[in-house]
Write a protein that binds this ligand. Structure first.
Ligand code: PEP
Ligand code: MN
Length: 361
């Protein structure tokens, strides 16, 4: 009796092996078909052919499997084959991890971003005056923050709101950045301003509202400075990655992504910080991924846990807005930290041990 069971089991093992061989042989044929279809521009999924194959199988089914079971089993095989064809021909984006397995690492005036190095970026929402900028720059320097942000071209909801100082603001960033030894970042909203921006600032920011401004993306792709691309207000991660691809394919590989919150029905935060975007973007792309805790939350009281969450989730950096006198700020007055609040945030982040900055050269 036991002998028979053993024999049957052995037979089953042999059949399994034979099925495995056949399934893979089938997969090879499917692959070849996929290549021909790809060349001819034909769709991989052919429902008429699939139905015919299933009908033929059922017509020749000797049992004991029921026809419905045969259909179900083969449908699974067909599905796996289709996945194989699609996977083989999925275009590899330049920004994708499967195109470049190693992390993109940027060196911005000696500050390393990406790989194992993380960065803090801080500064006012808008550049308003030399005095404002110098006060912030001094606080940043004191706190050991190496990259200063400041908007010169402000994309505002209302045309009656402060629109920024324009090129004048970029010049101020350059002067104050040089004075305090800080790298600078500022948003550019018009393709025509990319070249002039490259003269004054170290990183060009493309804002949430312009994530799919394709002409701007293409122009940023031709720029000689790194680009920080913000996630659109209602952009999916796929759209975000494709927006980054526009920049990469236009020639600029010094590229970073930043999650800045997306619009949801939640009202207690300005936007909803999508923390899951961080590990997903890190997995799907090789680019540094940062988190803007200010615009994603729109509030000052939860920045420390959000910054810690971002770093714990694998973010390569955190951006935060700081202003010497937030109440009088010309934009985003409610969400900017004052300098003592900023110092305390930095202390909290450093104490968490989650921020791994590189030593300046
Ligand atoms: C900003 O960072 O100044 C800004 C306007 O942010 P966002 O584009 O994310 O709204
Ligand atoms: Mn702002």
């Amino acid at each position: 009796m036991n002998d028979t069971l053993e024999q049957l089991r052995n037979r089953l093992d042999d059949i399994n092996m034979e099925l495995l061989r056949l399934l893979n042989a089938r997969a090879e044929v499917v692959r070849s078909i996929g290549e021909i279809k790809e060349k001819q521009g034909l769709s991989k999924f052919d429902p008429i052919r699939e139905r015919k194959m299933l009908d033929d199988l059922v017509n020749h089914n000797p049992g004991p499997f029921k026809d419905s079971e045969i259909r179900q089993l083969f449908k699974e095989i067909f599905k796996a084959s289709l996945n194989l064809q699609e996977e083989d021909h999925k275009p590899k984006l330049l920004v994708s991890r499967n195109k470049q397995p190693d992390d993109t690492v940027l060196d911005i005036k000696g500050t390393v971003i990406g790989g194992t190095a993380q960065v803090m970026i801080a500064g006012p929402c808008s550049v308003e005056s030399y005095e404002q900028l110098r006060t912030v720059a001094a606080a940043l320097k004191e706190a050991g923050v190496k990259v200063m942000r400041g908007g010169a071209f402000k994309p505002r909801t209302s045309p009656y709101d402060f629109q920024g100082l324009g090129v004048e603001g970029l010049k101020m960033l350059k002067e104050v950045g040089d004075e305090f030894g800080l790298a600078t970042i500022s948003e550019i909203v018009h393709p025509a301003h990319i070249d002039i921006a490259a003269e004054y600032i170290d990183i060009i920011q493309i804002g949430a509202r312009n994530m799919q401004n394709f002409e701007l993306l293409k122009e940023a792709g031709k720029a000689k400075v790194p680009v920080l691309l913000k996630r659109g207000i209602a952009a999916t991660l796929e759209e975000f990655i494709h927006a980054a691809e526009y920049i990469a394919v236009s020639g600029n590989s010094r590229l970073m992504l930043i999650e800045r919150g997306i619009r949801t029905y939640e009202k207690w935060t300005r936007n909803t910080l999508d923390i899951s975007a961080v590990p997903i973007l890190k997995q799907e792309t090789h680019l540094p991924v940062l988190v803007d805790v200010t615009h994603s939350t729109g509030r000052k009281d939860i920045l420390l846990p959000c910054a810690k969450a971002a770093l714990a989730a694998g973010a390569d950096g955190v951006m935060v807005e700081v202003h010497p006198d937030p109440q009088t700020a010309l934009s985003d007055a409610a969400q900017q930290l004052d300098i003592p609040q900023f110092i305390s945030l930095m202390k909290g982040i450093r104490e968490s041990g989650l921020l791994k900055e590189t030593v300046q050269k």
